[in-house]
Design a protein around this ligand. Structure first.
Ligand SMILES: Nc1nc2c(ncn2[C@@H]2O[C@H](COP(=O)(O)OP(=O)(O)O)[C@@H](O)[C@H]2O)c(=O)[nH]1
Ligand SMILES: [Mg+2]
Length: 421
């Protein structure tokens, strides 16, 4: 069941309307990603945050009424607020309060797949939780201490102290794990080898650029890849539809976030693993966003930082139906695609460009699979296009066309001697 949420923010005088609106729009998008239905947006102009509860007294009452009116279960605040501000706000509003950092942490938590990514996100979450537990313990007051004094804990430790110590230990443990993982390089390499020969595309770019929309348009709404080969992959991996040869798998990434809290940068990069495994990155840019040039530059920079500079990229300027200078974009970024996810013809062009990328350097080979090697048959059909198939008493001849890497691997094992002309 979707939870209703109100997105709320103090508009500081130092922040332009444009920036403020963009940030709110992004938070709404992030909320949607988390499965919230955003029922209202609530703002207050103020020189600074209220020390006690973020919004001023009168505005808090207004927000409480708005919350009741909409039956909202959560208030999402577009800043990182202090534990006591969050606590006071929750008490007054009678709803769960999540600040921007918590929303982002929750999204990263859901998207972290590799061990490295999971450890990094957990460290960030624990670091975020620690002061909040302290606040909760403080609010619980002396009763908590009195109770815990008789509760068998040694040294008269309060709940809070004990939890804090546990958190510190856990962070240290995770850090050791991370170091031992050698930044996950080995696992990554192993995983990449495992998926060699699979044609994979990752959609990257800022939130709200239209990645998920394009993903749906490119793959057909519910064409979930249920093949057991991909059982370990996230459900956001789908095959290009109509199907192509080789079959191309598309994955959606978390997306870049405009106001990413500093402490989350490492976790964010980790969740981008998906991008490293792709053979092609489709970099989606919202051409109608006034800040798109800077976003484009930041995305490129971060991709380079995580070691994705060697992965070919296709630059896609989306949302051109909302305006934007198509000719200027083409002139400035040769080879880019300017499109709208709302136009089926444009989506077909993108589909074509992706398919062409993977067909560009396909090679042909002949294989001979003895009858006792029929297990490999499935793999051949999954990764290559079979142009011809003949069998005799000893096994099956296959003429295949596919990606050089896959064809080479198969040929090394099952290459058939070339027939004399
Ligand atoms: N006008 C217009 N809106 C679009 C286009 N592509 C996506 N959108 C809208 O932009 C918003 C964000 O899209 P989404 O796919 O969720 O972005 P993501 O955060 O990159 O996954 C949604 O409201 C989409 O309907 C487009 O080409 N034109
Ligand atoms: Mg999305």
């Amino acid at each position: 069941m979707t939870k209703r949420a109100i997105v709320a923010a103090v508009h500081l005088s130092s922040v332009s309307d444009l920036e403020f609106d963009a940030s709110l729009a992004e938070l709404r998008q992030l909320a949607k990603t988390l499965g919230f239905e955003v029922v209202a947006t609530f703002t207050q102009r103020r020189a600074g945050f209220d020390k006690a509860a973020y919004f001023g007294t009168g505005k808090r009452e207004e927000l409480r009424l708005l919350r009741e009116q909409h039956g909202a279960e959560a208030i999402l605040v577009d800043h990182e607020i202090s534990p006591s501000q969050a606590f006071n706000l929750e008490k007054e509003l009678g709803a769960e309060v999540m600040d921007r950092t918590m929303v982002i942490l929750e999204i990263f938590h859901r998207h972290a797949r590799s061990r490295t990514a999971r450890a990094q996100v957990e460290i960030a979450r624990l670091g975020y939780m620690a002061p909040r537990l302290r606040e909760a313990a403080k609010q619980a007051g002396p009763k908590d201490r009195a109770r815990s004094g008789t509760g068998g804990r040694s040294g008269g430790e309060s709940h809070g102290e004990l939890d804090r110590r546990k958190i510190r230990d856990r962070i240290a443990e995770l850090q050791t794990e991370l170091d031992a993982m050698d930044l996950g390089r080995r696992t990554q390499r192993a995983r990449r080898q495992e998926r060699q020969g699979l044609a994979r595309v990752a959609l990257v770019g800022y939130t709200n650029a239209g990645k998920s929309t394009l993903m749906r348009a490119l793959t057909g709404s519910d064409a979930l890849v249920a093949d057991k080969l991909f059982a370990t992959l996230d459900t956001t991996v789908r095959a290009l539809h109509p199907e192509t040869v080789p079959r191309v798998l598309v994955s959606d990434t978390v997306g870049f976030i405009k106001n990413l809290p500093h402490g989350l940068v490492a976790s964010f990069k980790s969740t981008l693993d998906e991008a490293l495994e792709a053979s092609l990155l489709v970099h989606v840019v919202d051409a109608s966003d006034p800040g798109f040039e800077r976003q484009l530059a930041v995305t490129d920079e971060v991709l380079d930082e995580i070691g994705a500079q060697a992965v070919p990229r296709l630059l896609v300027f989306n949302k051109i139906d909302r305006g934007g200078d198509e000719a200027a974009l083409r002139a400035k970024h040769p080879g880019c695609l300017v499109m709208s996810a709302r136009r089926p013809g444009d989506v077909a062009k993108l589909h074509g460009a992706i398919a062409a990328f993977f067909q560009r350097d396909l090679v042909e080979a002949e294989l001979f699979l003895p009858w006792n090697a029929q297990k490999t048959r499935g793999e051949v059909f999954d990764t290559c296009r079979v142009l011809e198939e003949r069998s005799d008493a000893a096994g099956v001849f296959l003429r295949i066309r596919g990606e050089p890497e896959a064809v080479k691997r198969l040929s090394e094992q099952f290459g058939a001697p070339r027939r004399a002309p």
